[in-house]
Design a protein around this ligand. Structure first.
Ligand code: ATP
Length: 584
């Protein structure tokens, strides 16, 4: 129960609703338990008439009439209160589920990139959906049935004892057995359901990958292999489902068997008491109704115990995330007016998960408004530099400074709001092109969107689609080419008009002619902005104020285009090679 203690704050938050729920539960149980007593009284009245203790038939008829009316009235009221009980408690559990999901989601937003690399998407989704659902069962059904059971049992047991203590004891003998067996069965069911869930998740993941990689599957003609793998997985899943169904099948027969034993006890022991003249006939009927009323709440004890255990396990998994401290922390909320000067002082970074030292003691300065181009072989550390500028990671050694202040001391929100980042592998949401561009500036007008798209040289492509800027992208919409995606992503960064622009190899999928046009436009756009251009092409770098060449995490050359083409080294070789390619 330790993990579930975390949720006590929600019990406190919704205490009034819960207290009202408890009060209504008590009322509904008190009412429901009046019915067996009234039935008993009615039968006893009839018996008295048959035995001649009461000779006036109209009195008996009158009593029966009023008893029937009372039973109907009480049943309607009890039903109404049960409805109110569900309305208060189950609705509260839904409100808590909503709060908890929001809490987890907010925590997800705070956690850094490294966290997302360490955890699988499926697992993250599960904690916010499956685990929260299991915890909701603890707030809703578990709380409701426990209270239901408690009050029904206290009120019912007291009434039964009052009527006949001996019969009560005999009747209740099978109840503990019932509760324990249901507990054991529920535990097995839970265990087997978890396995079924795991297989379901495996099947979903398998299909998801297959659908995403359909191009590869078809072009390699490996459908038969995919189908046979799926068959195997589906077969295992089916077997686990059958295992589960076999145990589930035990649940109700066992309950019916034990209720049957209780009923037999009432009839056998009660019958003997009746023959001995210890009780009236109505008591037997009354007890049979009690037994049937109490069976479900008692059976539920076992079920509730297993719900609580499952919720405890789920909450433990949720707590692991909620208690995770974000690696990248914003230490200040102080306003920070970004101008755009970026300094790297002896910066090194080693990624935790791979232990790769991507940057080794790098130093350089870019003044506000300058453009810096970063070139180098693949894996030389180019992206790592810009990851540090937007503080997606923190340095392992050395310091990155923004306008002279250590980046860790700068308000992170203020910094990121002044960065327009075009990643190497741009991501577009399943939304309209217009909204994807607007992502960079929520309140952008249509003119601004078109202007940004024109500067990113993607406007002509967009208006070529039937729905223009309202074209939906993604799974159910149009699939953009790699180059179009890159350009929409550039438009998204441009529209933001930030102080720092970062283009991480984002022109790799466009032809050299389009690249020239975009670069020409960018020169205008980035006139007063600090701009980082990562590229493998000299054409992207040649106009930059500064060019640095990286190799294995170190700067091996730096200078302007003119300086570097006159030095022996990587840049000159690249320049000559690309010049040759252009001529051919
Ligand atoms: N987030 C990360 N976690 C772990 N290792 C990383 C991460 N990002 C990069 N690396 C590793 O750091 C090294 C430098 O990678 P980086 O992406 O900075 O190079 P790059 O020059 O941008 O490469 P490319 O031109 O191929 O994009 C690589 O060996 C890479 O595997």
């Amino acid at each position: 129960m330790k993990a579930l203690q975390y949720l006590n704050k929600y019990f406190i938050k919704y205490k009034w609703r819960l207290l009202i729920g408890i009060f209504i539960t008590i009322l509904s149980k008190i009412l429901a338990l009046q019915i067996p007593r009234i039935i008993s009284e009615s039968l006893n009245g009839v018996e008295d008439y048959i035995k001649g203790k009461n000779t006036d038939i109209s009195v008996v008829q009158n009593e029966l009439f009023w008893n029937i009316l009372t039973i109907i009235g009480v049943a309607i009221l009890a039903g109404f209160f049960t409805f109110l009980m569900r309305q208060t408690i189950i609705v509260t559990s839904r409100l808590i589920e909503f709060d908890l999901k929001n809490e987890i989601y907010q925590q997800y937003q705070k956690l850094s990139i490294n966290f997302y690399k360490k955890n699988r998407t499926g697992d993250l989704m599960n904690r916010i959906s499956e685990d929260v659902t299991k915890v909701r069962m603890y707030f809703g059904p578990a709380v409701m049935y426990t209270m239901n059971m408690l009050f029904l049992f206290i009120v019912g047991f007291t009434q039964m004892l009052k009527v006949d203590a001996k019969l009560t004891m005999y009747t209740l003998i099978p109840f503990p057995i019932l509760s324990v067996s249901i507990f054991i069965i529920s535990k097995i069911i839970n265990k087997k359901s978890t396995i079924v869930q795991v297989y379901l998740s495996k099947l979903t993941t398998y299909n998801q990958e297959f659908f995403s990689g359909i191009n590869v599957v078809k072009s390699y003609g490996i459908e038969p292999v995919v189908i046979s793998n799926f068959d195997e997985l589906a077969d295992q899943s089916k077997q686990k489902n059958i295992d589960l169904s076999k145990v589930q099948a035990l649940f109700f027969p066992l309950m019916i068997l034990l209720i049957g034993i209780s009923n037999l006890m009432v009839i056998y022991v009660g019958g003997q008491q009746y023959i001995n003249g210890e009780i009236q006939i109505g008591v037997i009927a009354e007890f049979i109704i009690y037994v049937n009323m109490l069976t479900w709440p008692v059976a539920v004890v076992g079920w509730v115990t297993s719900i609580v255990q499952t919720a405890e396990a789920s909450q433990k998994r949720i707590n692991e995330f909620l208690q995770e401290v974000p690696e990248i922390q914003n230490h200040t909320t102080e306003a920070f007016n970004v101008k755009g000067k970026v300094e790297f002082e002896n910066v090194s970074i080693t990624y935790d998960d791979t232990n790769i030292e991507a940057l080794k003691g790098i130093s350089f300065t870019v003044d506000a408004g300058e453009t810096i181009a970063i070139l180098g072989k693949t894996g030389s550390g180019k992206s790592s530099i810009v990851n540090l500028v937007s503080r997606l990671y923190d340095t392992t050694d050395g310091e990155v400074k923004i306008d002279g202040s250590p980046i860790k001391k700068v308000n992170l929100d203020a910094l990121r709001s002044e960065i327009g980042f075009v990643p190497q592998d741009p991501f577009l949401f399943s939304d309209t092109i217009s909204n994807n561009i607007k992502f960079g500036k929520e309140n952008a007008t249509h003119e601004e969107i078109v202007d940004a798209a024109k500067k990113a040289v993607v406007h002509d492509n967009i208006i070529g689609f039937k729905d223009g800027y309202e074209t939906i992208l993604g799974e159910r919409g149009v699939t953009l080419s790699g180059g179009q995606k890159q350009r929409v992503s550039i438009a998204r960064a441009i529209i933001k008009t930030p102080k720092i622009l970062i283009f991480d190899d984002c022109l790799s999928a466009v032809d050299t002619e389009t690249e020239e046009r975009i670069l020409g436009n960018l020169e205008q756009v980035s006139k007063d902005k600090t701009t980082f251009i990562i590229s493998h092409r000299v054409s992207s770098a040649k106009n930059a104020d500064k060019i640095i060449i990286l190799d294995e995490g170190k700067i091996i050359q730096q200078g302007t285009h003119n300086q570097l083409i006159n030095q022996k080294g990587y840049y000159k070789d690249l320049y000559e090679q690309q010049l040759l390619e252009k001529e051919m």
